[in-house]
Design a protein around this ligand. Structure first.
Ligand code: FMN
Length: 192
């Protein structure tokens, strides 16, 4: 791999996964660190790539958002099994500007927006039925699509390392590590 800019290269890999028909090509395991250094993971969807960062969205009352507020260190892991590729990223997350959250919320399809309003993600519930009732009610009475809730936001992850892993038939897989070096990136090859 001859990439000079690993974030652009990540964008190419996601696009190639999409073209190859990989399911959820932009899905990524997102790992945060909680109290007493305990890690927690969940799948999220990459919403956008910027020159220096990855953008995600999340409700801000959730475990991931609480953990990030206390400790911004994250690890991300993309995996496209059908392409024999993974990308491992470490970096720091911060809450992005409100305008970006609103833009990304408004870009969601209406059903997805309503689901966000109706369900307090992560709260313990007795049953899904009241949520279904509220969703049905909202769908009937809501005339305009819901606006971005105050406690819903966009997260910006600035990578400090990005490792591209590509499977090889002889099992000598290519592992290309990019590490932040000032304004640019230093790259090296790791043994598989
Ligand atoms: C394919 C897939 C994509 C997902 N995308 C997102 C997402 O972009 N943002 C999000 O907050 N949750 C997303 N989820 C749900 C999360 O995995 C998780 O259940 C939720 O965010 C709560 O996590 P937390 O309690 O650790 O904060 C997705 C789940 C799957 C399976």
């Amino acid at each position: 791999m001859s990439a000079e800019d690993p974030i652009r290269e990540l964008g190419r890999w996601i696009e190639q996964a999409r073209e190859a028909g990989a399911p959820h090509p932009a899905a990524v395991a997102f790992v945060t660190v909680g109290a007493e250094g305990r890690p927690s993971a969940r799948t999220v969807t990459l919403k956008r790539l910027e020159d220096e960062a990855l953008i995600f969205t999340s409700a801000l009352w959730t475990r991931k958002a609480r953990e990030l507020a206390a400790n911004p260190q994250v690890a991300l892991l993309f995996h496209w099994p059908s392409l024999g590729r993974q990308v491992h990223i470490t970096g720091e997350a911060e809450l992005a500007e409100r305008a970006l959250a609103e833009e990304l919320f408004d870009a969601r399809d209406p059903a997805h927006r309503m689901q966000t309003i109706v369900s307090r993600q992560g709260e313990q519930i007795e049953s899904l039925d009241p949520l279904r009732d509220r969703l049905g009610h909202l769908a009937r009475v809501q005339e305009a699509p819901p606006r971005c809730p105050e406690d819903w936001g966009a997260l910006r992850v600035r990578p400090t390392t990005i490792e591209f892993w590509a499977e090889a038939e002889d099992r000598l897989h290519e592992r290309r590590l990019f590490e932040r070096a000032g304004e640019g990136w230093a790259s090296s090859l790791l043994a598989p």
